[in-house]
Design a binder for this molecule. Structure first.
Ligand code: G3I
Length: 594
């Protein structure tokens, strides 16, 4: 671990936190409380007899803590509620509605009319032949199917009248193909044409005039499908059909849809005068990090909040990744242990990055014993070691762990003056050894940015173009072509604490088509630092590299000057040409830390 002995720092105020401020894990913030003034926060729960696990029971505390709206994931679909004509099974649905009522939660009904999860008998004639497969469909066939659809709606909606506040009346009726509006493979459409949609809404409204009636679909923010959905909705509205809202399912991924498409769709649906429910939200993270997923969730919740006058429910399609229908892409807020992921923290307060929300809620600096057990986690702020010692014995401490985005400044004197030891999140701590020397700790949030932007660069070769490597423009490069080694130095103008460096090489540029790997990428190079621009120290060394893009975290290090030092400019031995599109070093001026 790199230890920083900084200049003596005068701390003006001494704040001693009592031990009651030390965070404990069961004080997670509640999503439904956080979003109370915006919209209910819902989740889909599984209760079907075949479901394993039945999350209504295995995840009941999580449900109760964070959600105030429930949707039944499968057990209110037509095949479940009416597997045979006239035989209704409300048992599992009732379990959810009873649970919701006992906890003062809303229930969304999902779903009355759908091409999937609907038993065959709905579409068979009296001779047992599939009507939708007939060459000629008669009027009596049509009336038979309309009758069944209306009878199903009648029975189900009246069963839950006054208990289910919003119904997905028709699910996924619009085509994914740009050539046609309606989904062609739906037996409802094949038999009844588009009329089945309005008939379903009219019937549901007749049975429960107080229920909010929704059209629900996936791909609903994709501009093409959105326009087809809007065309259909405009037709219904023009005919006076009682449709009250659009359900945007929200089975998305970190890659998209884009925030622009989401916002535009919300505006356009709102312009129809409809309420919007986000009905089945989950954001897959395949190929991405939890942090990137958190960032996507943060951005979409900013949009949802902005339009909370029209968005009147946001429901997640499940709670934990392992129980999700998309378990392969870990799309939800909680992990398999029901612990919150960065995505959860991201939406706790969309003004901050996820890690700041987490640190402010459950602490930024954890003290662990030799078995890895958490002794205590401190919220950001200043503490004397005496305070901490009053909660547990410091002698037990073997490891310390810092939340990303925070520094811990340990002071040798109890009034937070004198020499300091500074640690940042990428560090490993040596625990007791250091704690024996200090009397206080100040835990602070700091943002590390690319500190080379706007600075001056010097180089031993192609010096006139050196600044192209630090200009923030990935299309301009510093490209020396002589005898290695090559170096490029940047004067940071004051001492910084640095913790990460990035090099974008030949392959990232426009000429190489942004190839992730390639033989023209620098093979051996290192990051060096200096306090005087004369004596250099190696901080991190890369050898045998073939990647175009390297992004490396380093232990916290003090630097006044930084140097990219390249000894083997490409992975082809005969080639001396080096191409650096960007060189970035992330840090913060030391003066900003204290
Ligand atoms: O029906 C059988 C049952 O007999 C059997 O015992 C059981 C054993 O696992 O499987 C049952 O099939 C299940 C099926 O739902 C019911 O037909 C599958 O396992 C199950 O994985 C399946 O998936 C559901 C899916 O809808 C079916 O279309 C998901 O759990 C559910 O999350 C998903 O939800 C849909 C929304 O309703 C509409 N929007 C899209 C969303 C995702 O597909």
């Amino acid at each position: 671990m790199k230890k920083i002995r900084a200049l003596a720092i005068l701390i003006m105020f001494l704040m001693i936190f009592p031990s009651s401020c030390l965070a404990v894990k069961d004080e997670l913030p509640s999503l439904k409380d956080i979003y109370e003034e915006y919209f209910p926060i819902g989740t889909a729960v599984s209760v079907a007899s075949w479901a394993n696990p039945k999350t209504l029971y295995t995840h009941d505390s999580l449900i109760e803590k964070h959600f105030n709206s429930l949707t039944v994931e499968n057990a209110m679909k037509p095949d479940y509620l009416q597997p045979r004509e006239g035989h209704f099974n409300f048992r599992q649905g009732n379990e959810v509605v009873d649970f919701a009522e006992s906890k003062n939660m809303l229930v969304r009904g999902h779903t009355l009319v759908w091409h999937a999860q609907t038993a065959d008998w709905f579409f068979k004639d009296n001779e047992g032949r599939r009507i939708d497969e007939k060459e000629e469909i008669t009027e009596s066939d049509r009336q038979l199917v309309i009758g069944r659809m209306e009878a199903h709606i009648e029975r189900v909606v009246s069963e839950y009248k006054g208990r289910i506040y919003a119904w997905d009346v028709v699910n996924e009726a619009i085509s994914d193909s740009p050539n046609v509006i309606y989904r062609q493979d739906s037996p409802w459409y094949k038999i009844l044409g588009e009329d089945f949609i309005k008939l379903a809404f009219i019937k549901a409204h007749e049975v429960d005039p107080d229920a909010k009636l929704f059209y629900n679909d996936y791909g609903a923010v994709n501009p093409n499908k959105r326009d087809r959905i809007i065309k259909m909705l405009e037709g219904l509205i023009a005919e006076g059909v009682p449709v009250h809202g659009i359900g945007i399912q929200g089975h998305w991924s970190v890659e998209g849809p884009s925030f622009e498409d989401i916002e535009r769709a919300i505006q356009m649906y709102a312009d129809l005068g409809l309420e919007i429910h986000i009905t089945e939200l989950d954001v897959g993270m395949k190929g991405y990090t939890e942090e990137e997923q958190a960032q996507y969730y943060r951005e979409i919740f900013k949009i949802f909040k902005k339009y909370s006058d029209v968005i009147t429910n946001v429901t997640f399609w499940g709670m934990t990744d392992n129980t999700s229908w998309r378990a392969d892409v870990d799309p939800l807020l909680f992990d398999k242990n029901q612990e919150p992921k960065p995505a959860f923290w991201a939406i706790v307060n969309t003004d901050n990055p996820w890690y700041v929300n987490k640190a402010e809620c459950i602490g930024a600096l954890a003290f662990r014993n030799s078995a890895g057990k958490e002794l205590v986690t401190l919220l950001p702020g200043k503490y004397t070691l005496n305070d901490i010692n009053s909660v547990f014995s410091l002698e037990e401490v073997a490891r310390l762990e810092l939340q990303k985005g925070y520094v811990a400044i340990f002071h040798e004197s109890e009034d937070f003056t004198g020499d300091t030891y500074t640690y940042i999140s990428t560090d490993e701590f040596d625990g007791l050894d250091m704690l024996n020397k200090v009397k206080g700790v100040n835990i602070k949030h700091v943002e590390f940015n690319n500190i080379l932007l706007g600075k001056t660069a010097e180089a031993n070769v192609a010096a006139d173009r050196a600044e192209r490597a630090i200009d923030g423009n990935s299309n301009s490069s510093w490209s020396p072509n002589a005898q290695a080694p090559y170096w490029l130095t940047v004067d940071l103008e004051e001492t910084h604490l640095i913790n990460r460096w990035v090099v974008k090489l030949h392959g990232t540029g426009p000429l190489a088509g942004a190839n992730p790997d390639g033989p023209f990428n620098a093979a051996d190079y290192k990051l060096q630092v200096s306090t005087d621009g004369v004596n250099w120290y190696d901080i991190d060394t890369v050898t045998g590299n073939t990647a175009s893009f390297t992004d490396r975290n380093i232990k916290s290090t003090e630097a006044r000057y930084v140097r990219l030092y390249v000894t083997r400019p490409t992975s082809l031995d005969f080639n001396q040409k080096l191409v650096v599109y960007e060189f970035e070093v992330y840090g913060i001026p030391l003066t900003n830390i204290f």
